[in-house]
Design a protein around this ligand. Structure first.
Ligand code: ZN
Length: 299
């Protein structure tokens, strides 16, 4: 509640000054993310993000309703409280972090709390803030809005792939991955998904043994794919089914997106893909004596 008032009414915070202030800006500058995201965080911390309520305060005659849900749009609403934004936080399994952030006394305080998060959560949160702001502007300019699952998927993928010196930011950036052999006696499943347009997509999987030889591979096309995450998880399901049919008892599932790993490792009932994820988990627990989920590493 407090955050809404602060976003709307606090004057911009002056840069520099105290040691504490300098530490804050220094931490923000050192974040392992592209400059575009740092710029957004800087503006957010200064209360200068051009949300409608801020523009109205500056004297603009403007409709202050949120583009996404038609409620009053201030910074806290857009990033944390909007029902559409809340879905994305849920999809990323960041609901608890979001609740904590709503207790912040100002936008600057919220940023300080974010900078204290453990590194993986921190990167996911700042990417989500940046991406959600971009979604809001896309909705304003083009009237187009992606599903919460897709936004969450892109946010998770981007935050996975930030090298410290990244110069550009693209949701379709190709990241090369290094494949490692599974431990002796264990089969390893790698799967992938592709989302072509608003309806169709495809998936593929490869199962290899501990020598690196392909034991089985498969691919399929689907006419009703909701988003990229849906395609990815269908690939995992197909691969796990195939591995179960091979009669192997030990399986390693490797994915290149944290969202898939998190979905399989944690409680994911809130996700729109909950049914498929539950099916994958049931197969893993019922068909294999042991299994593990791991994240592939960048080259
Ligand atoms: Zn809204």
């Amino acid at each position: 509640m407090l955050l809404t008032n602060h976003f709307a009414s606090l004057p911009p915070v002056a840069a520099g000054g105290s040691q504490e202030g300098n530490n804050f800006w220094s931490k923000l500058c050192k974040l392992d993310c592209p400059p575009k995201i740092k710029q957004l965080l800087w503006r957010l911390s200064h209360n200068t993000l051009a949300v409608k309520h801020v523009l109205q305060r500056r004297g603009m005659d403007i409709d202050t309703r949120c583009y996404m849900c038609n409620r009053l749009e201030d910074g806290a609403h857009h990033l944390l409280k909007c029902k559409e934004a809340r879905k994305v936080w849920q999809e990323l399994n960041l609901e608890r972090v979001k609740c904590k952030l709503t207790e912040a006394s100002s936008a600057r305080h919220m940023m300080e709390m974010i900078l204290e998060l453990e590194s993986r959560a921190k990167l996911k949160v700042i990417t989500l803030l940046w991406l959600w702001w971009s979604e809001r502007n896309m909705q304003r300019e083009e009237g187009h809005q992606r599903s919460a699952t897709e936004v969450a998927y892109v946010a998770a993928s981007l935050s996975d792939h930030f090298p410290t010196t990244e110069k550009t930011l693209s949701a379709t950036a190709v990241v090369q991955r290094r494949w490692r052999k599974p431990p002796e006696g264990i089969l390893k499943l790698n799967s992938d998904g592709a989302f072509f347009n608003q309806k169709s997509g495809g998936w593929g999987f490869v199962i290899r043994n501990d020598s690196g030889h392909v034991v089985l591979a498969g691919a399929g096309r689907e006419d009703f794919i909701q988003d990229a995450f849906h395609a990815e998880i269908l690939g995992v399901l197909a691969g796990v089914r195939a591995a179960a049919n091979l009669g192997t008892s030990r399986l390693q599932v490797e994915t290149d997106t944290t969202m898939v790993r998190d979905a399989l490792e944690t409680e994911y009932r809130l996700s729109t893909m909950g049914g498929i994820i539950t099916e994958v988990k049931l197969l893993l627990y019922s068909e294999f004596s042991s299994f593990s989920i791991c994240l592939s590493s960048s080259l």
